[in-house]
Ligand binder design. Sequence first.
Ligand code: F6R
Length: 652
Amino acid sequence: MLTTANTSASHQKSALKFQFKTFEKLPVKVWDDSKEASIHVARSIALAIRQKQQDGDRIVLGLATGSSPIKVYQELVRLHKEDGLSFHNVITFNLDEYYPMPKEAPQSYWRFMHEHLFDHVDIPKSQIFIPNGEIAMEEVQGYCEWYEKQIDLHGGIDIQLLGIGRTGHIGFNEPGSWESSTTRMVRLDNLTRRDAIKDFVFEENVPTRAITMGIASIMKARTIHLLAWGQHKAPILAQAAEGEISATIPATFLQKHKNIRIVIDMAASESLTRVTAPWLCGICNWTEELACQAVTWVSQRTGKPILKLTNEDYNEHGLSELMLLENGAYDLNIKIFNRLQHTITGWPGGKAHADDSTRPERAEPAKKRCIIFSPHPDDDVISMGGTFMRLVDQGHEVHVAYQTSGNIAVHDHDACRFAEFLIEYGQSQGFANEEIEQSYKKVVKFLKTKKTGEPDTPEVRTIKGLIRRGEARAGARYCGIGDSQIHFLDMPFYETGKVRKGEISDADIEIVAHLIEKVQPHQVYAAGDLADPHGTHRVCLDAIFAAFDRLKGHKWMKDCWLWLYRGAWHEFPIYEIDMAVPMSPDQVQRKQKAIFMHQSQKDSAPFPGEDAREFWQRAKERNKATAEIYRKLGLAEYEAMEAFARWKFDWQ
Ligand code: F6R
């Protein structure tokens, strides 16, 4: 069970407290969250800037773009505006730029840096260096040599900020980059290009090349801070920190740097050995959840079901201490097997009038009120369509709340089709109104001439949002609920018209809190994705946490349980699952049909993310994989399973 006091994060901490051996080959500092960490990094940079000012010196910063350093820049801007931090003595060199790339293009790193930092501080323009994506191809080589020389002429980089790509790139030094590389033109890896779709809408719009500082240029920096936030960075981060130095993961070269700090949040630390197998790092503070992690880990490593694990298996995997504490493998196996067995239920709303002492949900009240929060208009059916239908079939009052309009992820050609439909329908019925018809025609013209990355007009955004509304309504109706139980929240933070969203505000929280107060649910389901700290799912979850906090004084809130599901990409680790709802092959089919209602997201949706499969495929394969994990651990064999973790508040 996840609680505010007992999250897997604090579970990690309890293990870390006793740690004496590390598998990490460079210093890694894990923070509770990325904001706190970013503020710390920004303040250390500010301190260095001020120290240099006192000495009458300049300071050279190496800067990165992307989502990782955004909050560092926010804090630097705040320090400038509210705390008098001046940038007059600062010289900056940016790591990279797409090629070719006009400076003013919405996706250019030049624009990114100005929007996030330079336009808000007093840095002289002549002290800003960013690789130029506008240079002619034949001049690139000479330009790169000049850029490299400028770094040296300015005395070298004092503090370098880095992010890390999922390929292990630093800057745009992709796998295969050599250690002695300097500033140059490179080709982007396919995975990097896929990750960039969020800025370019379609993969074919993403440039294939970039100009980047090299590994050697980066390694010359006197101090390096590498930042990584979110679960999606966890596997590559672990390889960078624990793996052998090799050009296949360029970030491993950083292991040779004398003054580097890896600064990460809890989610990005998930694949480090200190988290995946803390017992290998030292003496652990054993809890039942940690024992469950250890048992499932040994079972997966040995390929043996839990009930067949022996003392020897545990001893060979660094768990002799646990054997002593638990009186041997036999007792431990049974305890953990039962724990996992009790997570499986076909009654996600609780089984009325049954003994619920070992069930994940309460038996009473027999008919519960439930709200399923869906960040985008299809996450409800993708992530928990099977459970949604079961709750309805078992007679609970189920509401679904679509938190955002999802309008950014509709193809222009779909919006165009709907606008043309409206024009032709109006004409065919003879109730065409000149003014309205002209506005639809304007929409069609705009869509037909729209340039890559150009933001949509408000009218187009409305049409795209309505397309998704219609699909969401069809999906929810298919799951069996009536229109009065379907809510569209259109949270304002999402409505920027751009891929990058705004900050969460009071208005977002109020909308969520208002619905919870109106329904007074016994169960709230929410997308518990920590994968992308800047992503929509995370912001939507933060709004739910804030709403719970706002409402916690109400008596009925004591009975309001929060169940988290994971989005289309990741599943919870097995030891964090509190409720696993099995699906039969027929139920899998039904769920698939509900997902099919989201036609605009079928057949290569915009922003497919890191995974080329369609959403229904990902959902199906993930649910199958979860059932397979249970089967391999020696539990019953099901076709598929949806998994949930309960988030328990201190005050419940
Ligand atoms: C950006 C850069 C890249 C990014 C990396 C991580 O200037 O050089 O190496 O740091 O791709 O990107 P985010 O931070 O967006 O995950």
